[in-house]
Design a protein around this ligand. Structure first.
Ligand SMILES: [Zn+2]
Ligand SMILES: [Zn+2]
Length: 157
């Protein structure tokens, strides 16, 4: 029984992180910490971007959850910590590798969802300023980008 609850908490934390990522991206990264996020939009000639600090910042709470969860043997907290970590890993694989090709992998993956997700994120990158962007979320893609994708597929026929 416990396992089911841990699993649900894991999923909940994973999904919840999408919301956290959206809020943080829109109001913090494009807000008072724009100085760290800016080079992810305007490009930098370094292998590491200032933006990578956010990976550390985001990793901290999940580490704390897992660490203290094990220490006090409260495994529901551990499950939440792993859900957050899994989101971070998914974010890195999809955002940094698949979309931005920081490691040349999965270049030819063609899947409806991933193609639409990449387009939505590329449109986010079109905006070079702090304000007036779009598509701050990540793994959850707004329906309008699916429609856009459908239309461009029809156009190319
Ligand atoms: Zn951004
Ligand atoms: Zn990006």
């Amino acid at each position: 029984m416990d396992l089911v609850i841990y699993f649900l908490l894991f999923i909940l934390a994973f999904v919840g992180m999408e919301f956290v990522a959206w809020v943080t991206h829109k109001y913090v990264m494009h807000g008072w910490l724009w100085s760290l996020h800016k080079d992810h939009h305007t490009g930098s000639n370094h292998t590491l971007e200032h933006n990578d600090w956010f990976s550390f910042i985001f990793a901290m709470p999940s580490f704390i959850f897992i660490f203290f969860g094990f220490m006090f043997q409260i495994y529901s907290i551990v499950a939440i910590g792993f859900g957050m970590t899994a989101y971070g890993v998914a974010y890195f694989v999809v955002h940094d590798i698949f979309i931005h090709q920081r490691i040349k992998l999965f270049r030819n993956v063609d899947n409806n969802y991933l193609r639409v997700l990449r387009r939505a994120h590329k449109l986010h990158h079109k905006h070079l300023q702090k304000e007036e962007g779009e598509s701050y979320g990540f793994l959850f893609v707004n329906k309008k980008y699916y429609d856009m994708d459908k239309n461009s597929l029809l156009d190319s026929k």
